[in-house]
Ligand binder design. Structure first.
Ligand SMILES: NC(=O)c1ccc[n+]([C@@H]2O[C@H](COP(=O)([O-])OP(=O)(O)OC[C@H]3O[C@@H](n4cnc5c(N)ncnc54)[C@H](O)[C@@H]3O)[C@@H](O)[C@H]2O)c1
Ligand SMILES: [Zn+2]
Ligand SMILES: [Zn+2]
Length: 366
């Protein structure tokens, strides 16, 4: 089958037509991927430090082709959303419904099954399944717990953005932060993740949503999703904008969604006494966050929390996100600015680098 393959650090993805996929093992499903969005995390893997060759793509939706032994909740023909963190269902973290702390789920997301194997191969050699899904291939095999059945009338080209952007962004607001009605929120970085945070904050009833991104078109998109104050960090004073919007208090919640450790520090500075900074962006591994100890104590009492995939539990949160979409409160269509065929995947990655639009969705049959 056809797939886009990462063969080395910073290499453009190579379109091949001879990728093999195994039959599903016990607890797995074979899925025909129909659509897959491109996320910055794909680019981070492309930049190096991960096993290759690999099939990236982790924001996908498709149709079940076959189920492995023991899979009872899905049958061939079911429409499914795929999630990058498929919970094992029986470890202590899963008992707490924390898929993002499940060791198996974390292992899947690091490009292979927990036993180190992959369902993909080429000419007999193993090909890794990037970020738990392998959505830049016409077919993939995933853990059945990572495939959530969705109603047939939900368009798969729209639904796919739930897989990463909406789970991560809306989940960070609902699950990680627990933003309350009337809260003030700051969002730094307005790619697919930041826009989803803005949408989540609007649904949660935030009164002020301050957004910051150097790209004007992205600030405008955020305004359409409910942002109330637009900041250009290259020319405006973010601290002054936050003070203006919050009567000098600082925001209740700050979200870092650009992947820069320095912005986490800016988030901590921007929050009120007792406010919460949520780190959603994936900063480079060699960047550190420096916090003065006093901010966590006495007069400051601030909180800093990391958020992986919005602390989502797929069977609970994917149906919730679909309900919000059906009832017109979550805008998925507006998240998709470009659509391309699989063979144009590198053009989609270029758009992401250029912050052109929001999400590019690949059509695996084109
Ligand atoms: N926590 C998770 O589970 C999770 C999931 C998916 C993605 N991510 C990470 O989230 C981040 C965002 O992903 P994306 O797909 O939206 O990326 P993106 O590249 O589409 O968007 C990043 C945005 O940050 C903006 N930016 C850069 N410098 C900035 C600054 N100084 N101030 C404000 N904005 C700035 C860019 O202009 C761009 O619009 C990445 O680091 C990605 O790896 C994390
Ligand atoms: Zn992602
Ligand atoms: Zn588990």
């Amino acid at each position: 089958m056809r797939a886009a393959l990462l063969t080395g650090p910073n290499a453009p993805l190579e379109i091949v037509d001879d990728l093999d996929v195994e039959d599903p093992r016990a607890g797995e499903v074979l899925v025909s991927v129909k659509y897959c969005g491109i996320c910055h995390s794909d680019v981070t893997v492309q930049e190096g430090g991960y096993a290759v060759p690999a099939v990236l793509g982790h924001e996908a939706a498709g149709v079940v082709e076959a189920v492995g032994p023991g899979v009872t909740h899905l049958v061939a023909g079911d429409h499914v959303m795929l999630t990058p963190l498929a919970p094992c269902g029986h470890c202590p973290a899963c008992a707490r419904h924390e898929a993002t702390a499940c060791p198996d789920a974390l292992s899947f997301s690091m490009n292979s099954r927990p036993d180190g194997t992959s369902p993909f191969s080429r000419g007999g050699d193993m090909v890794y399944r990037g970020l738990g899904v392998g959505g830049f291939a016409e077919q993939t095999v995933v853990s059945a717990s990572g495939a959530v059945k969705i109603p047939d009338d939900i368009a798969l080209d729209i639904a796919c953005v739930i897989g990463c952007a909406m789970q991560t962004g809306v989940g960070a607001v609902f699950n990680t932060a627990g933003v309350e009605r009337g809260s003030t929120v700051l969002v730094m970085g307005l790619g697919g993740i930041g826009q989803a945070i803005v949408q989540g904050a609007q649904i949660a009833g935030a009164s002020n949503i301050i957004v910051s991104d150097p790209v004007e078109s992205r600030r405008e998109f955020a305004s359409g999703f409910g942002a109330t104050h637009l900041v250009d960090p290259t020319s405006d004073d973010l601290a002054a904008a936050v003070a203006d919007a919050t009567g000098g208090q600082g925001v209740d919640y700050a979200f870092e969604a650009a992947g820069r450790a320095a912005l986490v520090e800016q988030g901590i500075e921007s929050t009120r006494v007792g406010g919460t900074t949520v780190m959603v962006g994936a900063s480079p591994i060699d960047e550190n966050v420096t916090i003065n100890a006093a901010v966590l104590f006495m007069t400051m009492q601030k909180r800093l929390v990391g958020s992986l995939l919005g602390h989502c539990w797929p069977d609970r949160d994917i149906p919730l996100l679909l309900d919000l979409y059906r009832t017109g409160r979550l805008d998925l269509d507006g998240m998709i600015s470009h659509r391309l065929g699989l063979s144009d995947v590198n053009e989609g990655i270029r758009r992401l680098h250029d912050a052109d639009g929001i999400r590019t969705v690949l059509d695996l049959s084109a």
